[in-house]
Write a new protein. Structure first.
Length: 142
């Protein structure tokens, strides 16, 4: 599975840790930036990740900024994107099962690396349920 990952300066350090974790798990990872902790604008990286998913070049995405809020707002403006802000395992599991979320957003100032890895693993390892009610609900806003 190919995962696209991006961050702004606030999420840069956590992004590097998540990339290492994903690589160790055997995932193909495409880092779309940012490339340093220098101040930058998160919508640039949210849009770059969205393009990877919309084109089919990546199956799922991970976006990290200081809170995760800006990234989720920017990503969710785009067609076909269901970005979920998650800082706990239950939410990561539920958003994949019920919402078929295709981008996980996290805040590096909210979550530590250990829990972030568990949230990422849960998000990536949980399939969409395909239950009729969830398919129907997603179709109402897609």
């Amino acid at each position: 599975m190919k995962i696209v990952i991006g961050s702004d300066h606030g999420g840069y350090e956590l992004k590097l840790e998540i990339i290492k974790h994903l690589t160790e798990r055997g995932f193909e990872v495409k880092d779309i930036g940012c490339d340093s902790p220098a101040s930058c604008d998160y919508p640039i990286y949210a849009k770059a990740a969205v393009k990877e998913i919309q084109s089919g070049d990546a199956e799922l995405g991970i976006l990290i900024c200081g809170t995760g809020i800006g990234m989720s707002m920017a990503a969710n403006k785009e067609d076909g994107i269901r970005a979920a802000l998650c800082h706990d395992v239950f939410s990561a599991k539920a958003t994949r099962e019920h919402n078929d979320a295709n981008i996980l957003c996290m805040g590096a100032r909210v979550i530590g690396p250990g829990l972030a890895e568990l949230v990422v693993d849960t998000f990536l390892d949980t399939p969409f349920s395909n239950d009729e009610r969830h398919v129907r609900r997603i179709s109402l806003y897609s």
